[in-house]
Design a binder for this molecule. Structure first.
Ligand code: OAD
Length: 246
């Protein structure tokens, strides 16, 4: 499934970075975006993940994010999430960069975590920017959820056409540039700037391994392809590491 080289590289690495995408949560029952049964095969991203779509139909968008929040709160972290927690405990400097907005890495216990695309679990006012309690809106609601200032509430998920949080992106970029080993896990690597991070790592000499049952946009540049689901590959990789010297 994976090479001895990957294990040797991880055993001797000072800096390890893992980038996760929707595939890392697939085994928790959360759908990915671009697989055949993915979210963006059923819904238009412009309607549900853009400011224009939100302004056109705020109740529909708030109801859709309310339902997604309920789905992720009912889900549980899987063996891949827990293996990444063990990897963090094993490596001197470990950074987990996630494109996922489901909060499952934090619930599993990952600490050095950069959530590049925000969170389904946090809400803010789209006008004044104030943090708010998560909104709870049904599809047939008569009014959208609003802030006390009258602005519409939205999740902190980064939508198409929006900038990522610059300080989070900068930390992710630096971690990728300094990585000895970079693991790209369960992402189709089609959405930038996240998809540039494995390339930044490769350009700076990292050993880049991809963990994904299917080929992706970056498979051609990686050092190693681990063609297996994350919930199987990650525990096996972490189990193969030698114990740290105490
Ligand atoms: P995609 O849906 O584009 O890609 C999911 C990847 O996960 C695919 O390459 C699958 O082959 C792989 N996969 C599926 N099951 C897997 C498993 N069990 N183990 C490992 N890999 C598996 O999702 P992302 O790359 O995450 O943006 O998409 C990037 C961004 O596009 C998302 O963050 C989202 C979306 O619009 C926001 O939410 C802001």
């Amino acid at each position: 499934m994976f090479s001895d080289t990957l294990i040797e590289k991880l055993n001797s690495a000072s800096n390890v970075v893992a980038l996760t995408g929707a595939g890392a949560s697939a085994e928790s029952g959360i759908p990915t975006f671009r697989d055949p049964d993915g979210i963006w095969k059923q819904f238009q991203p412009g309607e549900l993940a853009s400011m224009e779509g939100f302004r056109r139909d705020p109740i529909r968008v708030q109801a859709w994010y309310t339902a997604r929040r309920e789905t992720v709160l009912e889900a549980e972290p899987n063996a891949g999430h827990f293996a990444l927690v063990r990897l963090e405990q094993r490596v001197p400097n470990f950074t987990l960069i996630s494109q996922n907005v489901d909060g499952l890495h934090a619930r599993a216990g990952s600490v050095c975590l950069l959530e590049l695309h925000g969170s389904l679990l946090d809400s803010i006012c789209s006008e004044c920017g104030k943090d708010s309690e998560p909104f709870d809106v049904a599809v047939d609601a008569e009014q959208p959820a609003k802030c006390e200032c009258g602005g519409l509430l939205r999740p902190t998920v980064v939508w198409f056409g929006e900038m990522l949080n610059p300080s989070i992106l900068e930390r992710a970029w630096s971690a990728a540039a300094e990585a000895d080993v970079f693991l790209s896990i369960g992402t189709g690597a089609e959405v930038h700037p996240a998809a540039s991070l494995p390339l930044v790592a490769a350009d700076n000499g990292a050993y880049v391994a991809e963990i994904n049952p299917r080929r992706t946009a970056i498979t051609g540049i990686v050092n190693e392809e681990v063609s297996a689901p994350a919930g199987i590959a990650l525990p096996a990789i972490v189990n193969a590491l030698t114990a740290p010297v105490t």
